[in-house]
Every structure is written in structure tokens, then in C-alpha cells.
Design a protein around this ligand. Structure first.
Ligand code: DCP
Ligand code: MG
Length: 577
């Protein structure tokens, strides 16, 4: 199966250590197999013949073999835990890296919170399986086959019992797997559903509270929970019939061995030690069969996880990244050209969100973009750092097609303040330094002043060292937006993109930011997406977007004269300042 292909690279990496572990397991199993035979000799020769020296020497041999087995077992344990932990860590970091490489489109496809379960729980399951595989799965078949051989070798007459018991037990296990497998898959699916319901609830907990949807959510959870309970109970019920039936079969076998052996001893054909050793081997066969069954169960659980991890590795990065970027050196002007650009979130066949957009932004210019919600403003500016791939036309920065520029280099020149301010756990200082890693304290402060954030930052007792919670929960919407602007400004980009990022800032403060930006934006190309006409009044050019197209473009006065839509927007906002 394709989804499993990702496991191959670990096979080559850990194959050698796996073989060493296998070697130790073989030694361990051999030791286990030798012991009953030696014991039978001690009983038949040593005890029956009253030969203390024999008992002592064979006893010493048994101690030695047990010690060898114990040593092999510890070494095997050391290797298997080391390898499985390393394997788990590797898998986790590879997965993490892969997720970082994914395009926006892929992340839209894979649910974000499910990515978290994949990288934690699913990797754990696979790691557990790897550990189990190295520790017991090899030992079980070795013990099973070895015990069979040793038992037959020991006493072919008693082996007749094995011919009866082993197929019955094997059949029982086969039936159990046949009926049990789908049930365990069902349990896993039910567990996934419980997780999914829980995840959705937790991520939307504020909305659930606000709309008082507790009862509905409770019902949804109860249904999923109930299903899990029923499925698990069904699977366990099956197990509870199955285990005793195997035990019964084996015990019947033991009775048969004792009976046949008793007759044999009577006739002088069988010795007492043989019977004890034989029963020993028989239980080893049983135990190893049970272990194989358990591993199989384990495998069923891990299989679902493997498939889910494989799904992430299988995501193709849609971007047609060209590899040889070396030739393109950006001159730092900041000219942007959109040439007949069309774009759809669902690739080529999908509903177009942007249609045939042409727009030129000269170095140092400020371009305002306005338009009703859903017109495609955010989509348009997100194309410049190449977050998504366009379906037709081309976007050029300083004359170079952005598909020919190294994405890292491209994004370094651009600072984007997203519509939704995103902050990270850490101090305010650290958050602003996201824009420029080695920014000095005075640079950070200057950026914060430009973004009208300095004053409110200083009003905190800890100032720039104030700790922000996850996503900046301890700030207001407008404070978050201003920090996001400061983070972009500290970078001193060639191209600055502000996506409606003053929507939560009061008009007076916005005015302040605008005044500061006007000064600052002289040296760079600036795109300002806005709802309020007032935010873009001073722009060199204003693009009015409507339903994925640019309906009109020009300066404020030009547009007032030529564009009906623009006049409408101005009218509707008059007196709202
Ligand atoms: N859209 C989509 N998938 C996304 C994002 C948006 O299908 N991941 C759609 C929804 C809209 C259209 O694209 O119909 C344009 O969305 P934009 O976010 O570009 O719209 P605006 O930024 O213009 O709207 P707003 O002013 O509300 O931010
Ligand atoms: Mg938007």
C-alpha cells in the first residue's frame, strides 16, 4: 500500500539494529527451549538413579543457560527500547518537518487539530508496535516452532497429542481473528469519532458557551461515547469466550499427555521426566500462540495510526517549486506586477476567486485595496508571498516571475500583517522580533512606536518583557493588531502588506498609525487592504475590488469622477468617521 511507503526509510536506517535484536531473541528462545529437556534428564537420570553429581552438574548447566538467556534478554531490551524511542523521535520530527513543508492548500485539506493527534498519539502507537515487534514478536514464532521440534524429538509417541491440540488451537485463533479483526477496526474507528467530537468541542468551546449549545454537544458526545462502549464491549465479549476455550483445549491436551504417559510409564516406554518436559513444551507453544494473537491485535490498532501518518507523508506539495533558483538575484526595488492573474482555492478546475487581475505597483508607491467582504482582497495579497499557486497569468517582483525566485528569498523581502493577528507564546519583545531575529532593542521600540504600540506596552508593569499567553489571549483585539504591525515594520521590508489590520483599532489611534506609516512607507512599496475609505485616501492608487475582479483603479479624485461603485462606497461611509 502506498501510504506505508514512508516506513521504508526507517527499515534501512534501523535494519541492522533490528537484526542484532533478532539475534539476541534467538539466543533467548534457544535457552528457553533447552531448559525443559535438561530438567527431564535430571529427573530421569539424576533423581531416578540417585546420582547427586549428575544433578549438580546438570543443575549448574541450567543455571548457566538461564544466565545466558537473561543476559540476552536484557541486551535485547536495551536495544529494542533504544531503537523504538529513536524511531519514534525520528518519525515525529520527520512528520513535523513534512507539516512545515506543506503548502497552505494541504493544510486546508488536513484538519489542523487532527495533525496534532497524528504527531502525538499515532506516532506513539507505531512506536509501541515497533518496540513490541522487536521484543516478543520474533520470540513467539521461534518458541512455538522450537517447542514443537523439541517435543517431537523428546518423545514421538506423546507428540500425537500435539497433532490433535495444535490444529484445534490454531483454528480457534484463526476464527477469532476472522471475527475479531473487523470488530477491533470498528473499536478504533469509534475511538477516532470520540476524539473528533471532543476536538471540535474544545476548539469551539467559546462559541458553544455563547450559543448555549451544551445540550446538543452533550448529545453528540454521548452518542459517540455510547458507540465506543458498545463496540468495545462486543470485542471484549468475543475475547472472553475465546481465551477460556483455548485454555480448555490445552488442558485437555495435558490430561491426554498425563494419561498416555501414565500408560507408557506402566509399560516402561516413557519416563516421568519426559512427561514433565513435554507438558512444559506444550504450555510454551500455547503461550507463544497467544502472544502472536496479541501482537496481531496491537498491529490492528497501529495500522490505523500508520495509515493516518502515511496520509500526511502522502500530501503532495502542490507548489511547482523550481529547484534551480540560483541565477535570480532580486534587485531591491519592490515593483509588483500582476498580469492577467486568475486564482482558485481548489486548483485548476475550481470556482475562480480572482479573475484576470492586472495591477502594477511601482517602487515606493502605496496602493490601497478596498471592496466588499468576500471580494477577494485577502486572496489577492496572499498570492504575493506565494502562499497559494495561481491558475493563470503571472506575478512579477522587480521583473522576475515569483515562481523563479527562491521562496525563502521572496518572503524575506515581504512583511505581511494578516487580517487575523497571530501572536505566539512568549514576551512582547520576542513576538516583535519574529520580524527580524537579531533586531536590537531600540529597533523593536522604534517599530512599536510606528505602530502606536509603545505606549500601551509601557503601561504594562513588565513592559516589553510582558509574557503573552497562547495566541496573545491576554491582549485586546486592537492591541494584538498593533503588535502584528510592529512585527512587520521591524523587518524593514521592501514590500509591506497590511491586510485590513487596523479593523479593531479605534479611529484616533488608526490616524496616528497612518501618519507614522506615511512617513515610513515612502521608502517601500506598500499595499493596504482596508474597509474604510479613510485608510486609503492618501494612497497613490486605489484598486476597487468586486467579486474577484478589479472594478476600478485610480487616485481618490479620479475614482470619484469615474467610478460609480467607488462613489457608492464613499457615500455609504460619509459621516461614519
Ligand atoms: N475563500 C475560499 N477558501 C479560503 C479563503 C477564501 O474559498 N481558504 C473564498 C471565500 C470568498 C473568496 O474566497 O468567497 C474571497 O475571500 P477573501 O478572503 O479573499 O475575501 P476578502 O478578503 O475580500 O474579504 P474580507 O473583507 O471579509 O476579508
Ligand atoms: Mg480579507
Amino acid at each position: 500500500m502506498r501510504t506505508w511507503a514512508f516506513l521504508h526509510r526507517y527499515k534501512t536506517k534501523y535494519g541492522r539494529q533490528f537484526l542484532v535484536a533478532a539475534l539476541f531473541v534467538t539466543i533467548e528462545a534457544t535457552c528457553d527451549l533447552l531448559l525443559p529437556t535438561i530438567m527431564s534428564k535430571i529427573i530421569d537420570i539424576g533423581v531416578a538413579g540417585r546420582r547427586t553429581d549428575y544433578i549438580l552438574s546438570q543443575g549448574a548447566l541450567m543455571v548457566f543457560i538461564t544466565a545466558c538467556g537473561a543476559l540476552a534478554a536484557s541486551l535485547r531490551n536495551v536495544i529494542s527500547s533504544k531503537v523504538s524511542q529513536q524511531f519514534g523521535a525520528d518519525l515525529r520530527s520527520d512528520l513535523y518537518e513534512k507539516i512545515q513543508m506543506l503548502a497552505f492548500t494541504n493544510i486546508d485539506n488536513l484538519n489542523r487539530s487532527s495533525l496534532i493527534t497524528r504527531i502525538t498519539n499515532d506516532v506513539n502507537q507505531v512506536q509501541l508496535l515497533a518496540n513490541g515487534l522487536m521484543r516478543i514478536s520474533l520470540k513467539a514464532p521461534l518458541l512455538c516452532i522450537g517447542s514443537l521440534v523439541m517435543a517431537i524429538n523428546l518423545n514421538p509417541r506423546l507428540a500425537v497429542v500435539l497433532v490433535l491440540v495444535v490444529p484445534v488451537v490454531a483454528l480457534l485463533i484463526a476464527i477469532n481473528i476472522k471475527i475479531g479483526f473487523p470488530r477491533f477496526v470498528g473499536v478504533q474507528a469509534a475511538l477516532d469519532r470520540v476524539n473528533a467530537v471532543m476536538r471540535e468541542y474544545l476548539s469551539g468551546i467559546r462559541v458553544v458557551k455563547a450559543f448555549k449549545r451544551f445540550a446538543y454537544e452533550q448529545e453528540k458526545f454521548a452518542a459517540a461515547n455510547q458507540e465506543l462502549q458498545e463496540k468495545s464491549a462486543g470485542a471484549i465479549r468475543l475475547m472472553s469466550v475465546f481465551s477460556p476455550s483455548i485454555a480448555l483445549t490445552v488442558n485437555l491436551g495435558v490430561v491426554m499427555v498425563l494419561w498416555m504417559g501414565g500408560l507408557g510409564i506402566h509399560a516402561g516406554q516413557v519416563q516421568a521426566g519426559h512427561i514433565i518436559a513435554f507438558i512444559n513444551y506444550m504450555t510454551q507453544i500455547l503461550v507463544s500462540l497467544m502472544i502472536m494473537f496479541l501482537i496481531f491485535n496491537n498491529f490492528v490498532r497501529a495500522k490505523a495510526s500508520i495509515v493516518r501518518i502515511g496520509e500526511v507523508f502522502d500530501q503532495q506539495n502542490d507548489a511547482k517549486w523550481v529547484t534551480g533558483y540560483a541565477g535570480t538575484q532580486l534587485v531591491d526595488n519592490g515593483r509588483i506586477d500582476f498580469e492577467n492573474v486568475s486564482f482558485s482555492y481548489d486548483g485548476f478546475g475550481g470556482q475562480p476567486v480572482l479573475k484576470d487581475i492586472s495591477l502594477t505597483c511601482l517602487p515606493g508607491q502605496t496602493i490601497g485595496i478596498i471592496g466588499s467582504t468576500g471580494a477577494g482582497k485577502t486572496s489577492l495579497v496572499n498570492l504575493i508571498p506565494r502562499f497559494y499557486e495561481i491558475t493563470a497569468g503571472s506575478i512579477k517582483i522587480d521583473g522576475h516571475d515569483i515562481t523563479e525566485i527562491n521562496p525563502g528569498q521572496l518572503r524575506e523581502k515581504i512583511a505581511l500583517v494578516p487580517q487575523q493577528a497571530v501572536l505566539f507564546t512568549g514576551t512582547i519583545m520576542e513576538n516583535i522580533r519574529w520580524g527580524k531575529e537579531n533586531a536590537a532593542a531600540h529597533e523593536v521600540e522604534a517599530a512599536a512606536k510606528l505602530a502606536a504600540a509603545h505606549d500601551f506596552i509601557m503601561s504594562f508593569p513588565e513592559g516589553y518583557n510582558t509574557l503573552l499567553g497562547q495566541g496573545g489571549v491576554n491582549l485586546s483585539g486592537g492591541q494584538k493588531q498593533r503588535l502584528a504591525i510592529a512585527r512587520a515594520l521591524v523587518r524593514k521590508p521592501t514590500i509591506l502588506i497590511l491586510d485590513d489590520c487596523t479593523s479593531a483599532v479605534d479611529v484616533v489611534t488608526e490616524e496616528k498609525i497612518k501618519a507614522a506609516l506615511n512617513q515610513y512607507a515612502n521608502q517601500l512599496t506598500c499595499l493596504i487592504v482596508a474597509q474604510r475609505i479613510s485608510s486609503v485616501l492618501a494612497a497613490d492608487k486605489i484598486a476597487v475590488m468586486e467579486q474577484g475582479t478589479i472594478a476600478a483603479c485610480g487616485t481618490h479624485s479620479e475614482l470619484l469622477a469615474s467610478s460609480g461603485i467607488y462613489r457608492e462606497i464613499v457615500q455609504s461611509q460619509r459621516g461614519r468617521r
